[in-house]
Design a protein around this ligand. Sequence first.
Ligand SMILES: Cc1cc2nc3c(=O)[nH]c(=O)nc-3n(C[C@H](O)[C@H](O)[C@H](O)COP(=O)(O)O)c2cc1C
Length: 178
Amino acid sequence: MARVGIFFGTDTGSTRKVAKLIHKQLGDEVADKPVNINRCDADVFAKYDILILGTPTYGEGLLPGLTAECSEQSWEEFSPNFEELDLTGKIVALFGLGDQVNYPDEFVDGLGELYDLVMDVGASVIGRWPIAGYDFNDSTAVEEGEFVGLVIDKDNQASLTEERIAHWVEKITSEIGI
Ligand SMILES: Cc1cc2nc3c(=O)[nH]c(=O)nc-3n(C[C@H](O)[C@H](O)[C@H](O)COP(=O)(O)O)c2cc1C
Protein backbone atom coordinates (compact mmCIF):
# COMPACT_ATOMS: atom_id res chain seq x y z
CA MET A 1 0.00 0.00 0.00
CA ALA A 2 1.19 3.50 -0.80
CA ARG A 3 2.19 5.40 2.30
CA VAL A 4 1.14 8.82 1.09
CA GLY A 5 -2.48 9.97 0.73
CA ILE A 6 -3.21 13.12 -1.29
CA PHE A 7 -6.49 14.96 -0.65
CA PHE A 8 -7.74 18.23 -2.12
CA GLY A 9 -10.72 20.57 -2.29
CA THR A 10 -11.44 22.56 -5.45
CA ASP A 11 -13.97 24.75 -7.17
CA THR A 12 -12.65 25.29 -10.69
CA GLY A 13 -10.21 22.37 -10.89
CA SER A 14 -6.79 24.02 -10.48
CA THR A 15 -6.10 22.42 -7.12
CA ARG A 16 -6.92 19.02 -8.62
CA LYS A 17 -4.36 19.65 -11.39
CA VAL A 18 -1.69 20.56 -8.86
CA ALA A 19 -2.55 17.46 -6.79
CA LYS A 20 -2.15 15.32 -9.91
CA LEU A 21 1.26 16.83 -10.69
CA ILE A 22 2.41 16.17 -7.11
CA HIS A 23 1.18 12.57 -7.43
CA LYS A 24 2.91 12.11 -10.79
CA GLN A 25 6.22 13.20 -9.33
CA LEU A 26 5.89 10.95 -6.27
CA GLY A 27 4.78 7.95 -8.34
CA ASP A 28 2.21 5.19 -7.70
CA GLU A 29 4.56 3.22 -5.46
CA VAL A 30 4.72 6.08 -2.99
CA ALA A 31 1.35 7.85 -3.25
CA ASP A 32 -2.22 6.83 -4.02
CA LYS A 33 -4.13 8.83 -6.60
CA PRO A 34 -5.40 12.19 -5.33
CA VAL A 35 -8.90 12.16 -3.85
CA ASN A 36 -11.38 15.04 -3.74
CA ILE A 37 -12.32 15.68 -0.11
CA ASN A 38 -15.96 15.84 -1.21
CA ARG A 39 -15.93 12.04 -1.36
CA CYS A 40 -14.41 11.48 2.06
CA ASP A 41 -15.57 10.38 5.51
CA ALA A 42 -13.86 11.36 8.75
CA ASP A 43 -11.78 8.16 8.88
CA VAL A 44 -10.23 8.69 5.45
CA PHE A 45 -6.77 9.66 6.74
CA ALA A 46 -6.41 6.65 9.03
CA LYS A 47 -4.62 4.32 6.61
CA TYR A 48 -1.81 6.73 5.73
CA ASP A 49 1.38 7.64 7.58
CA ILE A 50 1.86 10.72 5.43
CA LEU A 51 -0.79 13.10 4.16
CA ILE A 52 -0.59 15.80 1.50
CA LEU A 53 -3.57 18.16 1.75
CA GLY A 54 -4.36 20.94 -0.71
CA THR A 55 -6.85 23.78 -0.88
CA PRO A 56 -7.65 26.94 -2.81
CA THR A 57 -8.94 30.05 -1.00
CA TYR A 58 -12.42 31.49 -1.56
CA GLY A 59 -14.77 34.10 -0.17
CA GLU A 60 -12.11 36.47 1.09
CA GLY A 61 -9.78 34.12 2.75
CA LEU A 62 -11.79 30.99 3.42
CA LEU A 63 -11.58 27.33 2.67
CA PRO A 64 -13.67 26.28 -0.33
CA GLY A 65 -17.28 25.39 0.46
CA LEU A 66 -20.24 24.23 -1.57
CA THR A 67 -20.13 24.99 -5.30
CA ALA A 68 -21.57 23.66 -8.53
CA GLU A 69 -18.69 21.20 -8.92
CA CYS A 70 -18.68 20.29 -5.31
CA SER A 71 -22.32 20.18 -4.27
CA GLU A 72 -22.04 17.96 -1.22
CA GLN A 73 -18.90 18.80 0.65
CA SER A 74 -15.56 20.58 0.42
CA TRP A 75 -13.00 21.43 3.09
CA GLU A 76 -15.43 23.80 4.79
CA GLU A 77 -18.01 21.06 5.30
CA PHE A 78 -15.37 18.42 6.07
CA SER A 79 -13.62 20.59 8.66
CA PRO A 80 -15.87 19.69 11.67
CA ASN A 81 -14.48 16.15 11.29
CA PHE A 82 -11.15 17.45 12.57
CA GLU A 83 -12.72 17.81 16.02
CA GLU A 84 -12.91 14.00 16.19
CA LEU A 85 -9.55 13.33 14.55
CA ASP A 86 -6.20 12.67 16.17
CA LEU A 87 -3.32 13.22 13.74
CA THR A 88 -0.61 12.69 16.35
CA GLY A 89 2.28 10.92 14.65
CA LYS A 90 1.09 11.77 11.13
CA ILE A 91 3.33 13.74 8.86
CA VAL A 92 1.35 16.32 6.92
CA ALA A 93 2.46 18.48 4.00
CA LEU A 94 0.16 21.23 2.77
CA PHE A 95 -0.30 23.15 -0.45
CA GLY A 96 -2.53 26.09 -1.26
CA LEU A 97 -3.67 27.92 -4.36
CA GLY A 98 -4.53 31.61 -4.43
CA ASP A 99 -4.45 34.84 -6.37
CA GLN A 100 -1.95 37.39 -5.05
CA VAL A 101 -3.04 40.17 -7.45
CA ASN A 102 -6.78 40.22 -6.67
CA TYR A 103 -6.53 39.06 -3.03
CA PRO A 104 -3.25 40.55 -1.73
CA ASP A 105 -4.66 41.00 1.80
CA GLU A 106 -5.86 37.42 2.23
CA PHE A 107 -3.49 35.59 -0.07
CA VAL A 108 -3.85 31.79 0.36
CA ASP A 109 -5.58 32.23 3.73
CA GLY A 110 -7.32 28.88 3.13
CA LEU A 111 -3.88 27.27 3.47
CA GLY A 112 -3.52 29.04 6.83
CA GLU A 113 -6.90 27.66 7.93
CA LEU A 114 -5.99 24.13 6.92
CA TYR A 115 -2.70 24.48 8.79
CA ASP A 116 -4.54 25.51 11.98
CA LEU A 117 -6.95 22.57 11.65
CA VAL A 118 -4.19 19.95 11.37
CA MET A 119 -1.92 21.56 13.97
CA ASP A 120 -4.77 21.59 16.49
CA VAL A 121 -5.05 17.79 16.24
CA GLY A 122 -1.37 17.02 16.60
CA ALA A 123 0.00 16.72 13.04
CA SER A 124 3.69 17.25 12.31
CA VAL A 125 3.67 19.67 9.42
CA ILE A 126 6.58 19.63 6.97
CA GLY A 127 7.24 21.33 3.63
CA ARG A 128 7.42 25.03 4.43
CA TRP A 129 8.00 27.29 1.45
CA PRO A 130 9.75 30.67 1.01
CA ILE A 131 7.68 33.82 0.49
CA ALA A 132 10.29 35.20 -1.94
CA GLY A 133 8.89 35.45 -5.46
CA TYR A 134 5.36 36.38 -4.39
CA ASP A 135 3.99 39.92 -4.01
CA PHE A 136 1.19 40.27 -1.42
CA ASN A 137 0.35 42.30 1.70
CA ASP A 138 -0.89 39.72 4.16
CA SER A 139 -1.56 36.02 4.55
CA THR A 140 -2.54 33.81 7.47
CA ALA A 141 -0.48 31.09 5.74
CA VAL A 142 2.77 32.83 6.75
CA GLU A 143 4.48 31.81 9.98
CA GLU A 144 7.92 32.99 11.00
CA GLY A 145 8.55 34.48 7.56
CA GLU A 146 7.67 31.38 5.55
CA PHE A 147 4.55 29.89 4.04
CA VAL A 148 3.34 26.84 5.97
CA GLY A 149 3.20 24.86 2.72
CA LEU A 150 3.66 25.10 -1.03
CA VAL A 151 1.92 28.11 -2.57
CA ILE A 152 0.79 28.08 -6.20
CA ASP A 153 -0.71 31.08 -8.00
CA LYS A 154 -1.98 29.70 -11.30
CA ASP A 155 -3.88 32.92 -11.97
CA ASN A 156 -0.78 35.10 -12.16
CA GLN A 157 2.32 32.89 -12.16
CA ALA A 158 1.22 29.79 -14.10
CA SER A 159 4.62 29.43 -15.76
CA LEU A 160 6.23 28.83 -12.35
CA THR A 161 3.82 26.10 -11.27
CA GLU A 162 5.65 22.99 -12.47
CA GLU A 163 9.03 24.20 -11.27
CA ARG A 164 7.63 25.10 -7.84
CA ILE A 165 5.97 21.69 -7.51
CA ALA A 166 9.16 19.89 -8.55
CA HIS A 167 11.25 21.74 -5.93
CA TRP A 168 8.69 21.27 -3.19
CA VAL A 169 8.23 17.54 -3.82
CA GLU A 170 12.02 17.11 -3.71
CA LYS A 171 12.06 19.05 -0.44
CA ILE A 172 9.33 17.00 1.27
CA THR A 173 10.69 13.65 0.10
CA SER A 174 14.11 14.52 1.47
CA GLU A 175 12.60 15.84 4.74
CA ILE A 176 10.82 12.51 5.33
CA GLY A 177 13.35 10.25 3.65
CA ILE A 178 11.11 8.57 1.05
C1 LIG B 1 -14.82 34.45 -5.60
C2 LIG B 1 -13.36 34.15 -5.44
C3 LIG B 1 -12.75 34.44 -4.23
C4 LIG B 1 -11.37 34.19 -4.06
N1 LIG B 1 -10.79 34.54 -2.88
C5 LIG B 1 -9.44 34.39 -2.75
C6 LIG B 1 -8.78 34.80 -1.55
O1 LIG B 1 -9.41 35.30 -0.61
N2 LIG B 1 -7.44 34.63 -1.46
C7 LIG B 1 -6.70 34.08 -2.49
O2 LIG B 1 -5.49 33.95 -2.36
N3 LIG B 1 -7.31 33.67 -3.64
C8 LIG B 1 -8.65 33.79 -3.79
N4 LIG B 1 -9.26 33.38 -4.94
C9 LIG B 1 -8.45 32.74 -6.01
C10 LIG B 1 -8.56 31.21 -6.02
O3 LIG B 1 -8.19 30.65 -4.77
C11 LIG B 1 -7.65 30.67 -7.13
O4 LIG B 1 -8.13 31.09 -8.38
C12 LIG B 1 -7.46 29.16 -7.13
O5 LIG B 1 -6.45 28.81 -8.05
C13 LIG B 1 -8.74 28.41 -7.47
O6 LIG B 1 -8.51 27.03 -7.28
P1 LIG B 1 -9.52 25.89 -7.79
O7 LIG B 1 -9.54 25.97 -9.32
O8 LIG B 1 -8.95 24.61 -7.32
O9 LIG B 1 -10.87 26.16 -7.22
C14 LIG B 1 -10.61 33.62 -5.12
C15 LIG B 1 -11.25 33.32 -6.34
C16 LIG B 1 -12.59 33.58 -6.51
C17 LIG B 1 -13.23 33.26 -7.83
